[in-house]
Design a binder for this molecule. Structure first.
Ligand SMILES: Cc1ncc(COP(=O)(O)O)c(C=O)c1O
Length: 469
């Protein structure tokens, strides 16, 4: 969350409640909404609702937000389930045992989807960031135990990863872990097995490959990295586990690339996986999942117990209270869609991404980095400028121009040696259909033609656009 500051108390503060307004429904619409002080008295629900709803129009249209990985459409049945669950707290297992049962069913289904070999363990979270935090803590605890048992120091843990989402930077900072991040290089956008071999040692708590790197959507080579770590163990005796950040890919690859290289619990080295239910899991915002290969992979020391129907429910989470509707809706999605439904929805998204990639590739100035191929990554298109191209605009200019039509198509730098180069990305979700894609591609072509006739002024400040924080 952005941190918000309060403003100094310079605003006029009514110290006594104002007299009742003459015509209540119009009261607030004729005045500003309170912004800096806690109002002395309230107002009419309809008028306030209308004023807030109108203010929210300034947010822009989420359907045209092609930056977000998160769901921007939910079925009417999901809205109804969210409404039914609005008063349910997910932590109250005793009061809402059936909701607890539904969460358990989701965990069992994910264990099945991700090929857990036997009894696995998992839980819902607010999203992948909390899931990453939990997976990371478990890895740190396991490593520390191993080091202690061997009489070795426990003060310098590290982790190895590619260009990760900000949640892993947070994890490393909050839990005092040295982050050995492999930056991007020309021709090498993902962490490779050789990069891992160069960076691991006995203080590596885990390696974190990403199934769907946030910057470009490509899948990292989990199987290749696991093989490199097998080899490392054979030579050194040091057993380094893998946690897969499958925030996006966890709900894509099983359906859209089922015959691809294994990336999940089929690889014995994969001890935990996180995924965002609210991304390609198709659930409404506010749910993620983390799974451990076996109960032994989550140290008991981290588990807290809440009472459940007079019994005991082990829990592992950062927040205590949480809304239950997202988990219930996730279960609805699993049952409503099944493997076939997910494959159809995500298959369509990949087809739209590939159609956009083909159109973008027809512009001489663009080079496609990810074309939405389901074998390689998530349903997204990512492109950059062809080296040496001078079409009269930068990708930041293009992003600004598309904003005039409401489209949010972020431009941003990559990492490592590519930190100075701009890339642009379209994230395709289920409600971005071919018709919408066609409209966007037409607007983009019009923008390119506009810049050909009226080149944008060079702007030295254009080094940063969208941020992944
Ligand atoms: C690879 C990856 N990991 C983690 C996250 C964080 O996920 P969430 O927004 O569910 O906390 C994201 C978000 O985009 C992501 O792309």
């Amino acid at each position: 969350m952005p941190l918000h500051r309060s403003t100094p108390r310079t605003h006029k503060h009514p110290t006594t409640a104002p007299a009742a307004p003459a015509s209540p429904p119009e009261f607030l619409l004729n005045n500003e909404l309170p912004r800096d002080h806690f109002p002395a008295s309230g107002g009419q629900p309809h008028a306030i609702h209308q004023a807030i709803a109108e203010e929210l129009l300034l947010d822009g249209n989420s359907k045209q937000n092609l930056a977000t990985f998160c769901q921007t459409w939910e079925a009417p049945e999901v809205h109804q389930l969210m409404d039914l669950a609005i008063d349910k707290n997910l932590i109250d297992k005793d009061e809402y045992p059936q909701t607890a049962e539904i969460e358990s069913r989701c965990v069992r289904m994910l264990a099945d989807l991700w090929h857990a070999p036997g009894e696995a363990l998992g839980c819902s979270t607010v999203g992948s960031s909390e899931a990453a935090m939990l997976g990371g803590m478990a890895a740190k605890w396991r490593w520390r135990e191993r080091q202690r048992a061997a009489g070795k120091p426990t003060d310098r843990p590290n982790m190895v990863c590619g260009s990760v989402q900000i949640c892993w930077h947070k994890f490393a900072k909050y839990w005092d872990i040295e982050l050995r991040e492999v930056g991007m290089r020309p021709g090498s956008l993902c962490m490779a097995a050789a990069d891992v071999r160069e960076r691991v040692d006995e203080n590596t708590i885990f390696v974190v490959p990403t199934m769907g790197v946030t910057y470009h959507g490509l899948y990292e080579d989990v199987a290749g990295i696991a093989a490199a770590l097998d080899d490392y163990e054979a030579k050194t005796g040091i057993d380094i586990p893998i946690h897969v950040d499958a925030a996006s890919g966890g709900f894509l690859a099983p359906f859209t690339a089922p015959d691809g290289e294994p990336w999940d619990f089929r690889l014995p080295r994969v001890k935990s996986i996180n995924a965002s239910g609210h991304k390609f899991g198709l659930a409404p915002l506010g749910v993620g999942w983390v799974m451990w290969r076996t109960p032994a992979d989550l140290p008991d020391d981290l588990v807290f117990h809440v009472s459940y129907l007079g019994g005991d429910m082990p829990t592992f989470q950062i927040n205590f209270s949480r809304p239950a509707g997202q988990v219930i809706s996730q279960y609805y999605d699993f049952v409503r869609l099944g493997r076939e439904g997910y494959a159809a929805i995500h298959g369509q998204a990949h087809a739209v991404a590939q159609a956009c990639a083909a159109e973008l590739a027809s512009h001489d100035c663009f080079r496609i980095v990810h074309d939405g191929d389901p074998a390689k990554g998530i349903p997204a298109v990512v492109w950059t400028m062809v080296d040496g191209a001078s079409p009269g605009f930068t990708l930041y200019d293009l992003a600004d121009r598309l904003r005039m039509r409401g489209w949010q198509v972020p431009a941003y730098p990559f990492t490592g040696q590519l930190a100075g180069q701009a890339f642009q990305r379209i994230l395709v979700r289920r409600d971005f259909n071919l018709e919408m894609a066609d409209l966007l591609m037409r607007d983009l072509r019009t923008a390119v033609e506009h810049f050909a006739a009226h080149p944008a002024a060079p702007d030295a400040s254009q080094t940063h656009g969208y941020s992944h924080t």
